[in-house]
Design a protein around this ligand. Structure first.
Ligand code: 0L1
Ligand code: MG
Length: 259
């Protein structure tokens, strides 16, 4: 079955509408095989629809950055998605559960960029382009029914990205390679991990971001935020829940879930 430009446009509209209206959809690859490149083309067009509605691109998220998640989806490469200003939740703020299909949260490290980054770069070059680091929480919400998807489905669906919360920025004058992280729900620890779970060191995720995003003809720009990927498994959100990430030596980041 061939994938034409019209097919890409149709799937972009499908995933965009599903995200905008919090409706679940069947996985695309059930009825139409997609290559990874075609899936990124769907993602690109779907995010362009958001930008056309007035949202602003503010950065990128990296996904499947831990061995556990890669095994879960059966892949050996990380994926990425786009972040817009409308996806950002104020630190300590509230989100509406009704805005999502089956949302989960995972703790991440966020990088704020001061320099551009694109293509093949070293860990040192990536670090030199970082202005600040912060504890962060990503809200992921696959729009696919029963969480059933293949890799191209997830990529097309903006790599499940739905929202993100960023804590206080700090100068990157300390090593973020092994930060102890506790994810709490209603004051109870529900996940415990380390930033080392993010490709062994979150800076490697930034290096991968520069390489992969360049393939699509885009580049990381100063002022943009990069979410490095989940440091623990994701935890399901529920109405009324208070969520907090506690990052050793970095601070806290929190939000609540309303109905
Ligand atoms: O942020 C991520 O690691 C992407 C996860 C994509 C799959 C999922 O929704 O669990
Ligand atoms: Mg994530």
């Amino acid at each position: 079955m061939s994938t034409t430009r019209n097919t890409i446009v149709t799937f972009a509209e499908t995933v965009d509408t599903a995200a905008a209206t919090a409706r679940e959809i069947p996985q695309i690859t059930d009825t139409h095989p997609l290559t990874v490149d075609e899936a990124y083309a769907v993602q690109s067009l779907s995010v362009q629809r958001r930008l056309a509605r007035g949202e602003r691109l503010v950065g990128y998220k990296m996904g499947l950055t831990s061995r556990a998640k890669m095994q879960q989806v059966g892949v050996s490469e990380v994926i990425w998605g786009r972040l817009t200003d409308a996806m950002r939740v104020e630190e300590g703020g509230a989100v509406s559960f009704a805005r999502y299909v089956h949302p989960r949260v995972e703790p991440e490290i966020a990088f704020l960029m001061k320099g551009p980054l694109s293509g093949a770069v070293s860990n040192a070059e990536a670090l030199a382009a970082v202005d600040a680091v912060a504890p962060a929480l990503e809200i992921i919400d696959s729009r696919y029914r029963d969480f059933k998807f293949a890799l191209p489905d997830v990529i097309a669906d903006n790599s499940s990205s739905s929202g993100f919360v960023v804590g206080e920025w700090r100068k990157p004058d300390f090593d973020v390679g092994n930060i102890g992280i506790v994810l709490e729900a209603d004051g109870r620890p529900v996940q415990v991990g380390s930033s080392a779970a993010i490709l062994g060191h979150p800076i490697r995720s930034l290096v991968a971001a520069a390489r992969l995003i360049a393939r699509s003809g885009e580049g990381i720009k100063p002022g943009q935020i990069i979410l490095a990927g989940g440091a623990t498994a994701a935890h399901h959100l529920a109405p009324g829940m208070a969520v907090r990430g506690v990052f050793a030596g970095m601070g806290r980041v929190a939000f609540t879930v309303e109905d």
